[in-house]
Design a binder for this molecule. Structure first.
Ligand code: KG4
Ligand code: ZN
Length: 358
């Protein structure tokens, strides 16, 4: 069985094709067309422009994906799309393409929540096969441009949301701080790069909600704290120490994410830790996340517990892509069968604020 997945939730047009043979999954093609250059001059994604770009790019990219996989469109047995959450003009393009393809070819259409996709990116090994070593319960930390949340998975496709951001998402905070520091867009990779040359202890920035007794996050105060310090420098007509500020901001984010994840680990005792979303590309966050498991496995008080294993997604599957949806499609078809999704072209609708549920 060949599955074709589509992603257009924000500013990447993406397709992927996977094959399932004798119960084994293999990724055959994964293509992404980024619109960063189009949105850069606006300092952020312009939803209507992104829809226009998706429309312009989808056909050549679809052709490229089919060529990469060596499979003609008529041999696709199942389609998939992320109909939400995301920017509605952008989601409408991918969802309409997916519905049209599924209707025309009379094949099932499997909708995959964008965050379910990010979560399942970790199941994709570098060679495109599926990991079979991730044990449940798994604790998932999603860090993307639109979301920041901790979830507990007791099994495949089963999500209990433990905490989420009350204001800005962590990726959004990276992007806003990059704008304050006049680094450009998207901010995450730019902050990470310049932070390597900075002193993370130069500025004592807040670690929001780090001591609160829940698993929620808040990043807008941290961004405002950066803004105030920068303003002070500008008022004094002094050069802003950009690298130090980027490093201090990044460190505050790492400390906050890790403290909350650590708290959730202590409460729920998962067997696996999973990092997901575009911000999962950040080296400091990846390293600190892996360290949670290493430290716990060494700690005497947890010597009677099963070892905790941390997993981070391959870099190529961190940012928005369509390949990450495919493991989720695989497990959905395994659990519910193709029949459930036969009329998908009729049922699936783009939904900007689609909530993730089991
Ligand atoms: O998951 P994603 O590709 O899109 C959404 O679903 O939102 O995440 C995009 C976010 C952007 O805010 C971008 O600045 C951030 O991920 N990002 C990073 C890094 N690479 C991308 N943030 C920190 N460090 C990075 N290396
Ligand atoms: Zn995303």
């Amino acid at each position: 069985m060949n599955i074709l997945s589509i992603e257009t939730s924000c500013d990447e047009t993406a397709f992927a094709i996977g094959a399932v043979q004798n119960g084994h999954f293999k990724l055959l093609a994964n293509t992404v067309s980024s619109q960063v250059k189009v949105h850069q001059k606006f300092g952020g994604v312009v939803p209507n422009l992104s829809a226009r770009e998706h429309l312009k790019n989808f056909k050549p990219l679809l052709d490229k994906t089919l060529t990469q996989a060596g499979i003609p469109l008529k041999e696709i047995d199942c389609f998939s799309v992320a109909p939400g959450p995301g920017l509605i003009p952008a989601l409408l393009v991918g969802t309409s393409i997916a519905k049209t393809l599924a209707f025309y070819h009379q094949k099932p259409l499997v909708p995959i929540h964008h965050l379910e996709g990010h979560t399942y990116a970790t199941w994709l090994k570098k060679n495109g096969e599926l990991r079979d070593d991730i044990a449940f319960p798994a604790l998932v930390l999603i860090v993307s441009g639109g979301h920041t949340q901790l979830m507990l998975m007791q099994d495949h496709l089963h999500y209990e949301i433990l905490g989420r951001t009350l204001d800005d998402a962590v990726g959004e905070a990276f992007d806003k701080v990059a704008r304050i520091l006049e680094l450009g867009y998207p901010g995450g990779p730019l902050i990470e790069k310049i932070a390597q040359k900075g002193n993370p202890e130069k500025f004592q920035l807040p670690r929001p909600m780090i001591n609160s007794d829940n698993l929620d996050f808040s990043f807008s105060g941290l961004k405002t704290a950066v803004l105030y310090v920068v303003k002070e420098y500008l008022e004094k007509k002094e050069m802003v120490p950009t690298a130090d500020m980027a490093a201090s901001f990044e460190q505050a984010v790492v400390d906050t994410l890790i403290a909350k994840t650590q708290k959730a680990v202590n409460t729920y005792n998962p067997q696996s830790l999973i990092l997901a979303g575009g911000v999962a590309a950040n080296t400091k966050i990846r390293e600190a996340f892996i360290e949670i498991a290493q430290k716990r496995n060494k700690a005497k008080e947890y010597s009677n517990y099963y070892p905790l294993q941390a997993y981070v997604p391959e870099l190529k599957f961190c940012g928005d892509n369509a390949a990450m949806q495919l493991p989720a499609v695989f497990f959905r078809l395994e659990k519910y069968g193709k029949k459930k999704y036969r009329e998908g072209w009729r049922d699936v609708e783009a939904e900007a604020n689609w909530g993730l549920s089991s």
